[in-house]
Write a protein of this length. Sequence first.
Lengths: 270, 335
Amino acid sequence: MSFCVLCMLLALALLTIFSPHDPTFWGVVPRDLKPSRTYLLGTSSKGQDVFWQAAFAVRNSLIISVIAGTVSRVVAVLVGMIAGYKGRGTDRVLMFISDSLLVIPLFLIIVMLAMLVRDMMNLVTLGLLLAFFGWAWDARVIRSQILSLREREFTQTAILSGTGTLRLVLKEYMPFATPLIFSTLINNMAWAIGMEITLAILGLVNMDIPTLGTMLQWAISYQAMLLGYWWWILTPIILSVLLFVALYWLSVSVSEYLDPRTRIQRVGAQ
Amino acid sequence: MAFIKRYLIPRLIQYFLVIFLGITAVFIIPRLTPSDPVERTITQLRSQGSYLDPASVEAMIEDLTEMYGLQGSMFEQYIAFWQRLFRGDFGVSFFQFPTPVIELIKISLPWTLGLLLTTTFFSWTMGNIIGGLAGYFSRKRWSRALDTVAMIVRPLPYYIFAFALLLLLAYVIRWFPVSGGTSIGRKVTFNWPFIKDVLWHSSLPALSLTILGGAVNFQTMKLIVQNVNAEDFVQYAKFGGVKEGRIVSRYVIRNAMLPQITNLALSLGQIFSGALITEIVFSYPGLGTLLYNAIVTGDYNLIMGITALSIVAITTAILVIDLLYPLFDPRVRYT
C-alpha cells in the first residue's frame, strides 16, 4: 500500500518533465482560481498552477532527501563499520562523537549553519548540510549489527583462512547490513524532508525553488488560510502527510523483512 | 566505588565534553561568515534613514566591536566568550536594540519550560501506560486500532502535525484560539482568569506535542512489553494464578519502563527542538517564537544566546536522567 503511494508520488515528480510552465516564474496563469478542469488543483496568488508547483515541490524535496540520505549513509556505514570492527579506542571516540550529535539540540546548530550559507542555498547544499548531521543514530545501529557479526563463528573462519579485513567487511558483513542500511536510509530521507520544511518556514532556504516547505511557506505568507484558498495550502500539507506516512510504512516493512519476529509481534500472535 | 568509576565518571566526562564542543561550535559558526556584524549593523542603521557623522560612526564601531565581543585575537575572543557565558551575558539583542539577550530569554523561558515539562510528562507517562496495556492485550481490537493511529501520526514532523491540527481545530471547527499565549492585550497577573486564559491558549500546542510524543512512546513501549510478555517469569506468574492487573502493572510495565527512561534521555534534544517548532506554528510566546524573530531579523547574538543556553540546559537534563537511572535499575548499582 505504502509502496503504491510512493510510486504515485514518484510519478508526480517525474511528470515535471512535461510541465508547461517554469516553476520559478510568477503570473503565468490567472490568480486565485478554484480547482477546475484546466487547473486541476487551482492556481495560487502568485499566478502559478498549484498542480505543477506541487509536482516540482515533490520532486525537489525528494532530491534533497536522496542527497542527504545517501551521503549520510556513506558516513554512517563507514563510522559504524570502523567503530564496530576496530573496537576499543576508535570505537569509543567515534561513538562519543555520534552520541554528542544525538544529545545536542541539533536543530539550533543546523539553523545557525543554514543562516551562514543562506546566500548559496540550493538543493545540493541543503542536502549536504542535512547529511552532515543525519548519520549519528544510524551509525550506532550499524555498529551494533557489526559487533554482533564479529562475534559469530564465520568471522573467525574467514580471518583464519586469510581473508583481508576489507574483503571480510565488504563480502561477509555487507549482505547482513544492507537491509538495515536501506531501512535507515528511508527514515533519514523522511527526516531530511521534515527538516527542509522547517527551515523553509524559517525562511532559511532559497524561496524561489519550489519544495514542499517553500510551497507551504508561500501559501502561509499570502494568508491563503484566511482568504480561503484551501486548495493552495492543503496541497503541500496533504502531499507531505502522504509522503511521510508512505516512507515510514515502507521502512517498517523493510525492518519487518529484516526481523520476522517484529512482524509476528505486530500481528499479535505469540 | 566501582559504580562511581564505571558509571558516574564517564558520564560526567561526556557531559563536560559535549558542553565544551557545543559551545565552541556556537562560538565558531557565526565567525565563519564573510560579512562583519559591526559593518552590517551600521549599514542597517543607515538604511533606516538616520544620518551618522564620521566621529559618531567611529565611536559606534568601537562600541559595537566590544558588544559583539570581537576585540583581540580569536583566542582572546574565545576566552572572553566563556567568561561572559558564565556571567550569563550574551550581549545585546539587535532585534530589540538595547535590551540584553538574557532579558529576552528570561521573559520567554517560563513559557517554553511550562509547555515542555507538562507535555513531556504527559506524553511519556500516558504513552507508556497506554502502550504497555496495548502491548499486553495486543490481540484486542482497541489495541490494534490505537496501533494504526500511532502508525499514521508517528512519522509526521512536528511542523506538519501542528499545522494540520491548527487548520482543523482552530480554522475549520473553531474550538481553539489561533495563536498567541494569552488573549491580545492581557496583562500578566496571577489570578484565576489569567491562568485560565494561558491554559486555554496553550492547549492546542500542548495537545499537538503530547499526541506526537505519546505516539512514539506508545509504539516503543508496546514492542518492549510484547517482548517482556514472552519471558518465562511472566508465564510463570500467569500459571501461578497472579491477578492479571498485578502482572501488567508490577511485572511487565515495570520492567519495560527501564529502556524507556534511557529513550527519554536520548530523545530530549529532539523533543526540545520539536517544542520550538510547535511554538512557531502557534506563535506561542516562548523561546521558539523568540528564535523565529531572531532568525527573521538576523539577530546573531540572540540566536547564539538561545543556542548556548539550550545546549547547557538539555545536556544537564539528560545528565540528571542518567544519574537518576541507577535508582530505578539496581543492576547498574551493583555491577
